[in-house]
Design a protein around this ligand. Structure first.
Ligand SMILES: Nc1nc2c(c(=O)[nH]1)N[C@H]1C(S)=C(S)[C@@H](COP(=O)(O)OP(=O)(O)OC[C@H]3O[C@@H](n4cnc5c(=O)[nH]c(N)nc54)[C@H](O)[C@@H]3O)O[C@H]1N2
Ligand SMILES: Nc1nc2c(c(=O)[nH]1)N[C@H]1C(S)=C(S)[C@@H](COP(=O)(O)OP(=O)(O)OC[C@H]3O[C@@H](n4cnc5c(=O)[nH]c(N)nc54)[C@H](O)[C@@H]3O)O[C@H]1N2
Ligand SMILES: [Mo]
Length: 764
């Protein structure tokens, strides 16, 4: 590599992930956000049997008993919520909304916790205090004056507890709509839609114990060192057990290469580390379907070579448990190696090596994240993983299965308890039987369709149970403008964010308790429940004094809105809020898998929801698992030609979705800035760009008006050819609102065709 010029804030990072750097960063998060006396006790209570669930990620803990104090990004999530900083009415009195729009996302949230309900006054362009009852009354009035319930949208971000989410969906359904856009629509919807067709359920099938028995792990499109930090302990263990870990990721992610476990005294004192990936394949962005097809094609060849008594493909399992094998084989035969290689950027030899490792393993787990789901064919991508696993019967045996890495800590639970715009008939029937009202049956809006309905005036009210809706969505230009058309926006949040500032006619902020805080109601202190990535449901109890005496819990806020909106409601709103055990009894009445909910939740560690494929029971229409071929090799057919590059959007190490904790991305060597484009050196040479050049990026989709990102700095990075990376949410301006997977509605955040223009010279 030629000598590179110095670029501000860009340094090589040669150390392993984790280690002392992680401990230092943990200490800094505590120092900057929390009271030094409170912090250690708070962190020690995270994920303890009688403590609160870590809001950082959805990776499970053994018996829910983690040695969490060393999880850097978990500590950031907890300290960010448990911060001593406050956003007060005086703050709002001192700043107009227009002036706050000049602040960046980091500055807005770093002001601290919201402390009391606020309502926007257009005359002063400021948020002003409002009482809880007045706020509820106003929201109820506007909702009731809509001409149809479908003119309202009820967004959920996956932090809400099962209890809050359950009564929220009941309220919206009693009100009369299935408009439930949620963060899952931008995240693992491809899993929720794709896996039921393949194996009959839309969730992962492995448990933490399976990692103790697996013989091979294939990790695709996720960055655990940053986003699933507690998974690093598992990967570390696997590697030390000698289990091969095969990674598919366009970027070299340090935590997938080398990790020093802060809980391993020897590694800490000797400054050593453990290699994580045994093989690292830098697949092209959008090349996973082709790679997965290549591996399957190589398996067919190995099976043919092994002859009649070979044990390459699990033919007995295939015959007994699956449909569609012949069609899969036909499709793989018809797909050429040349097309596969061109599409994924990996050679036939490389993919055959993976196939050999796969057939040598008696128990394989495939883990995957947003690198697979956020594509125009995200659903089909996920199904290719299921195909691969089915070929060797890697379901329903110890050490094997599929493992989607969920995002928000309770996004999976929200869906389980009814947050879905496509409600299953059985659930609606049980709601009707239990509560005596007739819920609407038609499909409602998902996240993209909700903002489209708001943009063209069909929807007039948006209620957000958490999150930062318009900032998380693609096409910021379109979405920000849409927010301004709303008659009313209601934001139930813990922190100030940009979504609050994109005011339309009326906007109300309702501040809520976070996971870490004590939730006291009439019958005493309350616990809530959450479901992790592996379908374990467990209790979470906050321990800290609330950030403000005026905060209310999410369930209490939902109930307050419901009562003000539906004065004749037959649902027991007050009884539910007095004692969340009663909400859990109601959850159990609607969802039989929660039988003896209150009893089982009191057991440390909680319980696991049933997962039929783990017993080789397939709740598909045919009662068998289904092989689903992938037509062609291109996930994103518009993205390959001429000077067009494929942009993927990423999270930095100092970020939780739209929450920006700080401006560093330590493991990728970026410090104090986020305005960078990661690019392969050979692509840079071809585009006559140098490390540090400042460029504009433009979306290369002809049918869309110009979508541009201006003045970003190109930096040389180990990323696959033809692929470039930039941070989310800054790069969301480049993603057209209608560029999504038609099957699941998931925006193609990870595959945007773009061109680079070079407007300026070096930044130095
Ligand atoms: N600290 C922290 N924790 C989080 C979050 C956070 O923002 N911060 N977010 C939470 C949420 S909601 C979610 S959904 C998860 C997200 O967790 P991840 O799925 O890990 O999230 P991303 O950063 O979007 O990127 C995923 C990885 O996919 C790779 N990738 C990009 N494009 C492709 C592709 O085409 N193919 C393949 N194979 N790989 C690709 C990227 O290089 C990156 O390493 O994390 C959750 N946990
Ligand atoms: N380009 C691009 N865009 C993406 C993605 C991507 O990879 N690339 N990823 C997508 C994904 S996977 C997701 S999940 C979405 C995330 O979309 P969202 O879930 O909508 O966004 P967050 O940034 O997680 O929400 C942050 C806000 O949540 C609030 N909050 C935090 N804790 C609580 C709580 O306990 N209760 C309540 N009520 N509020 C709370 C705070 O006020 C904070 O400002 O973004 C999506 N957008
Ligand atoms: Mo997510």
């Amino acid at each position: 590599m030629a000598e590179q010029r110095e670029v501000q804030g860009i340094k090589r990072y040669d150390s392993p992930a984790g280690g002392w750097g992680a401990l230092n960063a943990t200490a800094r998060a505590v120092r900057e956000q929390m009271d030094a006396m409170v912090a250690p006790i708070t962190l020690l209570r995270t994920n303890q049997p009688d403590g609160f669930d870590c809001p950082g990620c959805a990776w499970p803990d053994k018996e829910h008993r983690s040695t969490f104090q060393f999880c850097e990004n978990g500590a950031k999530a907890v300290t960010w919520e448990a911060t001593k900083k406050r956003v007060t009415p005086e703050f709002f009195a001192a700043h107009t909304v227009t002036s706050l729009l000049e602040w960046n996302d980091h500055q807005l949230e770093d002001e601290g916790r919201l402390t009391q309900p606020m309502t926007y006054n257009a005359a002063t362009d400021k948020y002003e205090p409002i009482g809880w009852d007045a706020a509820f009354a106003r929201i109820g009035h506007v909702l009731r004056s809509l001409s149809h319930a479908d003119q309202a949208e009820f967004y959920t971000s996956g932090r809400a507890s099962n209890e809050a989410a359950f009564i929220y969906q009941l309220f919206a359904r009693e009100f009369g709509t299935n408009n439930f856009p949620d963060c899952s629509n931008m995240c693992h919807e491809a899993t929720s839609v794709g896996l039921p067709q393949s194996i009959g359920i839309g969730k992962g099938t492995v448990s933490l114990d399976d990692f103790d028995h697996c013989e091979l792990l294939i990790a695709m499109g996720h960055n655990p060192g940053t986003n699933h930090p507690r998974m690093m302990g598992t990967l570390h263990e696997l590697s030390r057990r000698g289990v091969p870990i095969i990674v598919f990721n366009p970027l070299r992610e340090r935590a997938l290469e080398r990790f020093a476990d802060p809980q391993n005294a020897m590694e800490m004192v000797t400054f050593s580390s453990t290699d994580i990936a045994s093989s690292y394949y830098q697949v092209k962005v959008g090349g996973d379907a082709a790679a997965l097809k290549g591996i399957q094609k190589a398996i067919l060849a190995l099976d043919a070579a092994a002859g009649a008594d070979g044990s390459v493909i699990a033919h007995d399992f295939v015959a007994m448990h699956t449909n569609g094998y012949a069609a899969l084989v036909d499709d793989l035969d018809a797909t050429s190696w040349a097309d596969i290689e061109a599409s994924c950027g990996l050679s036939r030899d490389a993919l055959t090596t993976v196939a050999r490792a796969y057939v040598a393993s008696n128990a394989t787990i495939v883990t995957y994240g947003m690198g697979l789901t956020q594509h125009s064919k995200g659903t089909a991508n996920v199904q290719q993983i299921a195909n691969l696993l089915l070929l060797r019967g890697n379901f329903g045996k110890a050490g094997a299965g599929i493992c989607p890495l969920r995002g928000h800590s309770n996004v999976q639970g929200n869906r389980t308890v009814g947050i879905t715009e496509k409600p299953p008939a059985g659930m609606l029937e049980r709601i009707e039987q239990t509560f005596g009202f007739v819920p609407p049956k038609g499909h409602g809006h998902d996240a993209v369709r909700a903002i489209q309905a708001i943009a063209d005036g069909r929807s007039k009210v948006l209620v957000c149970l958490g999150g930062n809706f318009s900032v998380a969505l693609p096409d910021s230009g379109t979405c920000f403008a849409a927010m301004r058309k709303l008659d009313l926006a209601v934001h139930i949040n813990t922190k100030l964010n940009r979504n609050h500032l994109l005011v339309g006619k009326e906007s109300i902020i309702l501040p809520c308790l976070g996971r870490t805080e004590l939730d006291e109601q009439t019958n005493g202190l309350q616990a809530v429940t959450v479901e992790d990535s592996m379908s374990m449901v467990h209790a979470s109890r906050g321990k800290l004094a609330p950030a403000s005496a005026l905060l209310r819990s999410e369930p209490a806020i939902v109930a307050g809105i419901a009562r003000a909106t539906l004065p004749d409601s037959k649902l027991p709103w007050q009884e539910w809020i007095d004692d969340y055990d009663r909400i859990r009894d109601s959850i159990e009445a609607v969802f039989p898998e929660f039988e003896r909910f209150n009893e089982r939740i009191r057991k440390p560690g909680g319980f696991r929801l049933p997962l039929p494929p783990t017993e080789r029971i397939w709740p598909t229409p045919t009662g068998r698992a289904q092989f689903i071929p992938f037509a062609g090799v291109n996930e994103d057919p518009l993205t390959t030609s001429g000077d067009v590059l494929t942009l993927t959007t990423l999270r930095s190490h100092d970020q939780y979705n739209t929450t920006i904790y700080g401006l560093d991305d330590r493991y990728r060597g970026v410090f104090g800035r986020r305005d960078v484009i990661f690019m392969n050196q050979d692509d840079m040479a071809e585009h006559r760009l140098e490390h540090g050049d400042v460029v504009d990026i433009e979306t290369a989709l002809a049918q869309h008006g110009p979508l541009r990102l201006l003045g970003f700095t190109v930096i040389a990075y180990k990323i696959a050819r033809g692929s470039i990376g930039a941070y989310y949410p800054e790069a969301n301006v480049l993603i057209p609102i209608d560029f999504f997977d038609p099957e699941s509605g998931t925006p193609s955040y990870k595959s945007v065709p773009v061109r680079i223009a070079k407007p300026q010279v070096a930044a130095g």
